[in-house]
Design a binder for this molecule. Structure first.
Ligand code: FMN
Length: 415
């Protein structure tokens, strides 16, 4: 991606030190980053930290370098503004359009996407004043992330934690690639996403797994949540991914556990996205004790495999049987390779028909493709016969295109 101009606004919350990581990640991605803190922010982290990390001077007021008119120039020339952390006070000042420091003046002059990552105590976040300020900012097109839940300052826990720096910079990069990627258009939609690979126990120590990293499913859950959906993520084994902020995450191990979790949550859901790599087979008789290597004369052990339930097909069947009255869209994923019978798309079309889902995301797998990597490409097949290419891009960009297709499907009346 070409070098873009990013402004990182930092407000005065306890999480201000985490802004240093956001700045670091964005500069390492090759962008020019300028930090604009509030006066309060500099009581938490010194200007020297931000100046050294960004390579630019740091000011809080509008009366420094006046000849360069920074109170308008910084916002006008930005490609993206990220405010992390956004305090309750900063959100309030932005919502009423104040311009009493350099950051708020920048927010008024910026015409690029603006991403706020709020962080505050749960009481402040849930206060109607803050909710209304957030709603106002979203109505005007700003992207206000859902805060993460967890440990806050002191012993308190609840929603209000700053999302992880990695999550903020991932969404920032998405907005640089696609300025219109995060409309707030899925409020009230309940989404169930599965991601990652399952692990089928052989004995208490060993398992049969697969190479799914969970990155694509996590990216779909993250984009859905930032577009306002109420997202539950059922996560199998993943490559140590950060749980997306504002998403309810349930961790599972085996295909049977994943199936049970889907059965539990699907009746509430309007959308099911089956991005998990669910094992087709499992050991028929997992040993309760570790299988011992034993002497060579005892020969090699064999593992008998039996078929797992097909979770996607099961969900489609349950909907047909009237057990999922709220379900409007069922989305499958297919990791395919071509063979003597046909290419990737040939097999994918057959799978879409066989499974009966509404949309199928298709990835060609093979060496260094689809699994464990950060980029992806493929096709999006729809039950109505539409086939759209998903151009090569980060898994977050691909996720945003998949979510666009789901949103369009829901908008058109769904399944
Ligand atoms: C130790 C400490 C931690 C604070 N943490 C937060 C916080 O996480 N979120 C928040 O909204 N305000 C927090 N505040 C209150 C803000 O610093 C205060 O509202 C300030 O006016 C914010 O100014 P700013 O929005 O211009 O940066 C904290 C204050 C103190 C003293």
């Amino acid at each position: 991606m070409e070098r873009k101009r990013i402004i990182v606004g930092v407000a005065g919350g306890i999480a201000a030190y985490k802004a240093a990581s956001v700045v670091r990640q964005l500069t390492e991605a090759g962008h020019s980053v300028r930090v604009v803190p509030t006066e309060s922010a500099l009581r938490f982290v010194g200007a020297a930290t931000f100046e050294a990390l960004s390579g630019h001077p740091v000011h809080t007021g509008v009366f420094e370098d006046v000849h360069e008119v920074p109170h308008v120039r910084i916002g006008q020339t930005a490609d993206l503004v990220v405010v992390a952390p956004a305090t309750a006070d900063l959100l309030a000042r932005a919502a009423v359009g104040r311009a009493d420091d350099l950051l708020t003046a920048t927010l008024l002059t910026a015409r690029c996407p603006v991403l706020y990552a709020p962080a505050m105590h749960t009481e402040m976040w849930l206060h109607p004043a803050t909710s209304e300020n957030v709603a106002t900012l979203r109505k005007r097109g700003a992207i206000v992330m859902e805060p993460a839940s967890g440990r806050l300052t002191g012993a308190d826990t609840g929603p209000g934690r700053l999302p992880e720096a990695e999550e903020i910079s991932t969404l920032a990069q998405l907005l640089l690639a696609r300025a219109d990627a995060l409309p707030y258009d899925l409020a009230g939609v309940k989404v169930l996403v599965t991601a990652g690979g399952t692990r089928e126990p052989i004995d208490p120590v060993r398992f049969i797994g697969n190479r799914s990293s969970g990155k694509q499913g996590y990216a779909v859950a993250r984009v859905m949540a930032q577009r306002g959906a109420d997202v539950t993520l059922i996560a199998g084994n993943t490559a140590g991914l950060v749980d997306p902020a504002g998403v309810h995450v349930a961790h599972v191990g085996s295909a049977a556990q994943l199936r049970d979790a889907v059965s539990k949550h699907a009746p509430d859901a309007n959308v099911l996205v089956m991005a998990a790599a669910v094992a087709d087979f499992r050991p028929a008789n997992p040993a309760t004790n570790k299988i011992k290597k034993g002497p060579t004369e005892e020969g090699d052990p064999t593992i008998e495999l039996i078929r797992n339930d097909d979770v996607l097909a099961g969900a489609v069947r349950a909907r047909t049987d009237g057990q999922l009255p709220n379900m409007q869209a069922i989305v499958g994923f297919a990791a395919e390779t071509g063979d003597a019978n046909g290419d990737v798309l040939f097999h994918a079309r057959a799978k879409l028909k066989r499974k009966g889902c509404d949309l199928l995301v298709v990835n060609a797998v093979g060496e260094n493709r689809a699994f464990e990597v950060d980029h992806n490409d493929g096709w999006l097949l729809s039950a109505d016969g539409t086939e759209t290419a998903l151009e090569h891009g980060s898994k977050t960009v691909i996720a945003s295109r998949i979510v666009d297709a789901i949103a369009a499907f829901l908008h058109s009346g769904g399944g």
